[in-house]
Design a binder for this molecule. Structure first.
Ligand code: B16
Ligand code: MG
Length: 223
């Protein structure tokens, strides 16, 4: 195990509630209501694709031009940026600061593989941006999660083989991306939601360097 690629929303901090609040406003303007179950399906999905899924739900797929859709995405992001305005290190999920410290002490590289274009800003607010050796820019990739591209790009930025990397994710699409990148997949959440992972923890407080190393070693031994 030479690197750990972290998803951001749902693994390092919980901003899903803010994405939900911001999308709910857009959904209301389209005369529909979205609930937490629907929001679960938006996790790990890009801003543009999230809007497309909401438009399908509202039966308005062909009702807007590209420019109008862009404006709706910008509007959603404006609300979202306001909502995340007060994020501090207190918003780092349990166990994550300790895990980062343990990984660094053991010379493991750290990367961010988040679909969020706001990732650098969020990491800055949390006070941990400098802990990471790479932050993949999702805007430069043609395909988002569930395609493996973002994780593969992370391993390239770190000059590492994919099998030497672990990915940690809280979404079904993210876990699929890690598996298809031939990395060891660690899910945070429930099996019914995440699908097939190499290892699952119910919450981030249960993640540790030793556990990750054991899971990775077992997977590589089996290969
Ligand atoms: P933004 P992750 C994802 O982050 C979120 O889970 C998803 O809900 C959001 O639409 C996406 O980032 C894009 O975010 O609008 O900030 O660019 O889970 O991949 O860290
Ligand atoms: Mg996530």
């Amino acid at each position: 195990m030479k690197a750990v690629l972290f998803d951001l929303d749902g693994v390092i901090t919980d901003t899903a509630k803010y994405h939900f609040e911001a999308w709910r406003d857009i959904a209301k303007s389209l005369d529909i209501e979205i609930d937490e179950t629907f929001n679960e399906k938006l996790k790990g999905i890009s801003r543009e694709e999230s809007l497309d899924r909401i438009l399908i739900c509202a039966n308005k797929v062909d009702s807007y031009t590209k420019e109008e859709k862009l404006r709706m995405c910008e509007e959603k992001n404006k609300t979202y940026i306001k909502l995340i305005g007060s994020l501090t290190s207190k918003d780092i999920l349990p166990g994550i600061s300790k895990l980062i410290k343990e990984l660094r002490e053991n010379n493991i590289k750290l990367g961010i593989a988040s679909a969020s274009k706001n990732a650098p800003k969020i990491l800055e607010s949390l006070g941990i941006k400098d802990e990471f050796d790479c932050i993949v820019n999702p805007s430069l990739l043609e395909r988002g999660k569930p395609y493996p591209d973002i994780f593969i790009e992370g391993s390239k930025m770190l000059n590492l083989e994919q099998y030497d990397c672990i990915g940690i994710e809280d979404s079904y699409s993210g876990i699929k991306a890690i598996n298809d990148a031939n990395m060891t997949s660690i899910g945070v959440g429930k099996k019914e939601v995440l699908g097939k992972c190499d290892y699952i923890v119910e919450d981030t407080g249960l993640l540790s360097y030793n556990t990750l190393l054991q899971v990775w070693s077992k997977k590589v031994d089996l290969a």
